[in-house]
Design a protein around this ligand. Structure first.
Ligand SMILES: [Zn+2]
Length: 294
């Protein structure tokens, strides 16, 4: 656990007395209360997260997460070694709250991606008279169930690869988190909280928000949230985090493109390579068409 103001490690956030009265711990370094969010209502905490308050993020990803995971670690030690099924059950119960949040965000992401791809395809055909054929066009010709299955897989892999590459680059390349026991979980939770910006459309259900422009704006805002959240939690510079973010997006895009082509080709490697070439040619053609139409 840490002081959310200066980052100094601390043994406890508060002391409980016999009458259920608690006293918040003062930081030995800065003299402030180590974590005032212990007494905050969840609504206020949520608003502070939306406002990108550094202290709110630190309270959740360092102190709140460690409190929850340490309870689980204690139970695990009590139970001792277990089978694969028990380990899987343990993993599910350990990450229960985080997994539920990931599923909610994934559901919104599937819907938004599906809408965006349909609108993009329609726009290219009607406005740019673009007749080039890509893997995504193949997918959009399939049945609704097949399309939903495809976009579910696509968004799931997109999230998992983003999380994996961010974690790997931060931990091994930028050498962050050596002093934290749950460094991987901290990064994962930070991405999860900042990805919450993609839930904004829920607040706009009464307006016709699902246009390509608004979806692009929401994706842009969510990306800014992720960059800012990672910077606040890791204390790295903007240049480091921005470079990491661009690198992760490039790596993720290459992997996702390869996966889509493999899926569409029925896992035929030769056909997949041809599909990838066709997609890149189509992309360069679209860019040149857009530039000429300006
Ligand atoms: Zn402090």
């Amino acid at each position: 656990m840490i002081c959310i103001n200066c980052g100094q490690s601390t043994q406890s956030l508060y002391v409980t007395y016999s009458s259920d009265h608690i006293k918040l711990t003062d930081c030995a370094k800065c003299g402030e209360v180590v974590d005032c969010y212990v007494e905050f209502d969840n609504i206020l905490l949520f608003i502070d997260l939306l406002l990108l308050k550094r202290e709110a993020y630190k309270h959740l990803v360092f102190n709140s997460l460690e409190t929850e995971l340490s309870k689980f670690e204690k139970n695990k030690e009590d139970k001792g070694s277990s089978s694969i099924a028990q380990r899987l059950r343990s993993w599910c119960s350990r990450n229960d709250r985080l997994n539920r949040l990931w599923i909610i965000i994934l559901a919104f992401e599937i819907y938004l991606t599906w809408v965006l791809e349909e609108q993009r395809s329609h726009f290219l055909k009607t406005s740019l008279q673009d007749t080039s054929w890509t893997c995504m066009e193949d997918v959009l010709q399939k049945t609704s169930l097949e399309q939903y299955s495809f976009f579910s897989f696509y968004c799931f892999m997109d999230l998992m690869l983003f999380r994996y590459f961010t974690e790997r680059l931060l931990l091994s390349h930028l050498q962050w988190g050596k002093e934290y026991k749950y460094a991987g979980d901290i990064i994962s939770y930070t991405i999860l909280l900042s990805y919450g910006a993609k839930i904004f459309p829920v607040l706009m259900l009464i307006w016709p928000y699902d246009s390509a422009a608004s979806t692009f704006i929401i994706k842009g805002v969510a990306n800014l949230y992720i960059i800012e959240a990672l910077r606040m939690v890791t204390n790295k510079s903007y240049s480091h985090i921005f470079t990491l973010f661009v690198a992760v997006c490039i790596l993720k895009s290459i992997c996702i493109k390869a996966l889509i082509c493999l899926l569409v080709s029925g896992f035929n490697i030769g056909v997949s390579i041809e599909l990838m070439k066709r997609d890149y040619q189509a992309a360069s053609h679209k860019i040149s068409s857009l530039l000429l139409s300006q």
